[in-house]
Structures are given as C-alpha cells and as structure tokens.
Design a protein around this ligand. Structure first.
Ligand SMILES: [Zn+2]
Ligand SMILES: [Zn+2]
Length: 164
C-alpha cells in the first residue's frame, strides 16, 4: 500500500498508522515460497522535529524445509524495523534516511525488502536438529537408525574376539 505521510510531515507530533495484511505468498527464497499466509503489517509514523520516524512491525508464519534434515518446519516470526524519513536528503545520500519527496511511501516494497534482509540465512527446525544419517538417509530426529547400531555391534564383535 502507499502510505500518504503529508500530514505527518507537515505537523509535528502527528501519528500516522497503517494496519493491514500483505500478501507475500509469491516471494521465493531458495526455491520455496516461505510465506504462504498473509503477513500482518503494522506501521506507525511519527513526526519528531521535522524527521518522520517509521516503525514497522511484521508478523507472519515462516514455513520452509530445515536446512539440515529437510523436514518442513513452521515458525512464527515477529520482526520490527525502524526508518527515518525525510522529504529531501541534504548533501550526500545517507543510508540512515529514506527520501520521500512526494510524501508517498511504498510501504509494501519497504516492508518486503526489510523482511527479506532479516530472514535467517541458515534455517533449522530446532537448534539441536540431528539431521540425516549420512549412510541410510534416515531422519535422526525420529530416532537412531540401524546404521549406528551395526557400527557399535561390529566394534563389540571385534572386542569379543580379542577377549576370546
Ligand atoms: Zn531439522
Ligand atoms: Zn542410517
């Protein structure tokens, strides 16, 4: 959505609120669409001494396969972003400020960029995910596979033969 911030820019102390659902179901990350359900966006813009401070809160279900065991895994994400908005940048462009020359901010685009930059590079179903067995491919989170036992058993066999 386009956020009209003219009021907020022209009047110190004015709050401008936006509360809506943003559809990012077609956004692909690493070959999957990890945000199948609408993202709940709440944005608040406040004019403080001529600079409009924008706080964006985004809540959504993040759904994608674990990077270690490849099982589908869902997690509720709650992210918060802050930006300073100005109508014109004085001097050299500054990464700390976003220029909004006509008072109109493309909130969808800004929120989408913020979320994509914040998503975890490595995604695990849990911090102690055991991953897959290198030998048989079994998901070790579901329990040990037979491969481990066989290795232990054969070591015991060797030990037994040595003792005999
Ligand atoms: Zn996992
Ligand atoms: Zn195995």
């Amino acid at each position: 959505m386009l956020l009209d911030l003219k009021d907020a820019f022209l009047n110190e102390g004015v709050h401008r609120l936006a509360d809506y659902k943003l559809d990012l179901s077609s956004v692909a990350v690493d070959g999957v669409n990890p945000m199948p359900k609408p993202v709940w966006v709440r944005a608040e813009a406040v004019n403080t001494a001529g600079v409009v401070r924008l706080i964006i809160k985004a809540e959504f279900l993040y759904s994608r396969p674990c990077d270690r065991c490849f099982s589908p895994s869902d997690r509720n994400m709650s992210l918060e972003f802050e930006h300073n908005l100005v109508t014109s940048l004085s001097g050299d462009s500054n990464d700390d400020y976003i220029e909004v020359p006509d008072y109109l901010l493309d909130l969808d685009e800004l929120t989408t960029t913020d979320i994509l930059l914040e998503l975890p590079l490595k995604y695990l179903c849990s911090d102690d995910c055991k991953g897959l067995c290198q030998n048989c491919g079994a998901n070790l989170n579901d329990g040990d596979c037979d491969c481990d036992k066989k290795t232990v058993d054969s070591r015991l066999e060797v030990l037994k033969q040595l003792l005999n």
